[in-house]
Design a protein around this ligand. Structure first.
Ligand code: GLA
Length: 587
């Protein structure tokens, strides 16, 4: 079997097949659930263990997972990337304690990729090969950056009262071309257990035809260990129900960059905060206690986000019941960022024991969204007003529109401010690229409102044109919108860059389940045809003569409701492909 070839159909990372079987429950964890009203969270809110008013005093239930609440911690990738060292990780653990994050509930210190010594070449990335394992097949840590070894680091993290996590992949190499676990799952899991690992991030790099088999084998392997471990995995395409059968948490997107929203023309490497949020729409049914959608680690505190953007990001992750894995350098964290990350009232939303993921309920204007998260207390909901635009927006939020039929108390969770008893509506101003996060409590009747239904595309006048640059309908990665070629439609077109794959996701609200015809308007200025996959169906972008726009069509089955349709084009040797728009019509 060829072990390093990429398989492109996965959402996030290619996979490696190997069979195993999920058997025993990972652990019967006990949780104390809150039953009474919980206005004004004063103290600590945490995953497990420590004192927590939000979780105080109630029913004890047993569940087959360690992650009854979204895991909270820190991971090295977003700030240290391939420069991670044991010294830096120790300092992060120290800072997690001294900053108050530990007291606020953050628990896991996770070492991401590049702790390994072994470097593995991939066809698309040549690296110097270094042995990854010793004579017994045990994974070796990089001796320069981790001179004391991983066990000593885990011991240090544990000595701080924290838990320790580590990264690997099921393929022969990790996503960063380091030695991974192919053919060594049992050895590696035993090694991790012996080192004292409490959390495993399995990043789906490798080669695979059967992703479920990979998840099954890792889940079974973890269950066989005499040590509880959180199982965090990448997504398997868009099949979150499948991920949820095996993993405690799973990625729902590609990597989140330190960007709130990409401006037109900027190269988009991967996701921005708004595009990640777009992809969570409709995913609430997959998430709940023990199994969480993971919209990726936090970027709050990484250089490049304003404080309003950090609040919007963090507040939305709380609304989404997302794992809160900080990705900033805790050693140099600004107090304002720290205050966001340890905001008890916001954490209480994220860690609400009912574990119901928030959902979009209104889109009163193009850049404004209203999200609702029902809380464990049936008299309370969390409500987020998210402003994706670059000017402040004032919205008159009516109580009836969010399912409240009577007077209700409003509290602003970032401002720590009571907004009083409201009877009909309240005018709320949301800063640019910002959020207002409210907890609303009522003694009257509360029926959480239904999810927002996007107006379906209207085919009554013929095909509907979706412009590639329209970020209300399209997210794209590894490319940028530009206007260098003449005669495009709309404001620009989207093109990839050299040696990258171009990935585009179209969010298509449809009234009727049917097969539609999708026609791309494109140019391929290269000499070779470019093969794209549209949700698995092939579409060929033949070379275009004299730089002329041409069309390529593909049949596209769509279901009633919102469809997230992905176009993936690999091997753009010279960034030759430009996509102007997609015309869609019933077949
Ligand atoms: C992938 C993951 C990231 C990080 C890197 C490490 O891109 O999505 O979170 O783990 O790999 O190589």
């Amino acid at each position: 079997m060829k072990k390093n070839a990429l398989v492109n159909w996965t959402l996030n990372k290619p996979l490696l097949p190997k069979c195993g079987e999920s058997t025993a429950l990972a652990l019967l964890a006990l949780v104390t659930m809150m039953t009474g009203p919980s206005a004004g969270f004063a103290d600590s809110v945490t995953n497990r263990g420590t004192s927590t008013p939000a979780l105080a005093g109630a029913t004890i239930i047993a569940r087959p997972s360690l992650a009854l609440l979204p895991p909270m911690g820190w991971n090295s990738w977003n700030c240290l990337t391939e420069h991670v060292t044991e010294q830096a990780v120790r300092e992060m653990a120290d800072a997690m304690v001294s900053s108050g994050m530990k007291d606020a509930g953050y628990q896991y210190i996770v070492v991401d990729d590049f702790w390994e010594q072994g470097r593995v070449s991939k066809p698309e990335r040549k690296v110097e090969e270094r042995p990854g394992r010793d004579a017994q097949g045990i994974l070796l840590a990089d001796p320069v950056r981790f001179p004391s070894g991983i066990k000593a680091l885990a011991d240090y993290v544990h000595s701080k009262g924290l838990k320790f996590g580590v990264y690997t992949s099921p393929g022969e190499s990790t996503c960063g071309c380091n030695t991974a676990s192919y053919g060594h799952i049992e050895t590696d899991l035993n090694t991790f257990a012996a080192w004292g690992v409490d959390f495993i991030k399995l990043d789906m790099c490798g080669d695979a035809e059967q992703p479920e088999a990979v998840l099954q084998e890792w889940r079974a392997g973890i269950n066989r260990l005499n040590r509880p471990m959180i199982f965090s995995s990448s997504g398997i395409g868009y099949d979150y129900a499948l991920s949820g059968r095996y993993a405690d948490m799973w990625r729902t997107t590609t990597d989140l960059m330190t960007k709130f929203r990409y401006p037109p023309g900027q190269f988009r490497k991967q996701e921005c905060i708004c595009s990640v949020i777009d992809q969570q729409i409709g995913l609430e049914r997959y998430s709940g206690p023990g199994h969480w959608n993971d919209p990726d680690m936090l970027r709050a505190g990484n250089a490049g986000l304003s404080l309003d953007e950090c609040r919007a990001h963090f507040g939305m992750w709380a609304m989404l019941a997302a794992p809160l894995i900080a990705g900033n350098d805790l050693r140099i964290m600004k107090p304002e960022v720290r205050d966001i990350l340890i905001n008890r009232e916001v954490l209480a939303v994220d860690q609400d024991p009912a574990g119901r993921q928030g959902y979009l309920v209104q889109q009163p204007e193009k850049d404004l969204q209203v999200w609702v998260r029902p809380l464990v207390d049936p008299t309370q909901i969390a409500v987020a007003l998210l402003n994706r635009g670059s000017v402040a927006i004032t919205n008159e939020l009516s109580l009836a529109s969010i399912g409240i039929h009577g007077p209700a108390f409003f509290r602003d969770l970032f401002a720590h401010q009571d907004l009083g008893l409201q009877t009909n509506s309240l005018a709320i101003t949301v800063p640019a690229h910002g959020i207002r996060l409210l907890k609303i409590s009522t003694f009257e009747f509360l029926t959480p409102p239904p999810a927002y239904v996007f107006p379906p595309l209207d085919f009554s006048q013929g095909p509907v044109r979706i412009e590639a640059e329209d970020d209300s309908r399209v997210c794209f990665y590894k490319g940028y919108a530009t206007n260098a070629l003449p005669q495009f439609s709309g404001e620009s077109y989207v093109t990839g860059v050299k040696a990258y794959s171009l990935r585009m996701r179209f969010n298509l609200p449809i009234a009727k389940t049917d097969t539609y015809l999708g026609t791309f308007r494109y140019q391929n200025t290269g000499k070779e045809a470019i093969l794209g996959k549209l949700n698995g169906s092939s579409v060929t972008f033949a070379p275009t003569s004299e730089g002329k726009w041409q069309t390529a069509s593909v049949a596209l089955p769509l279901k009633a409701g919102m469809n997230h349709v992905q176009l993936y084009c690999s091997g753009l040797e010279q960034g030759d492909l430009a996509i102007d728009c997609l015309d869609l019509q019933p077949q």
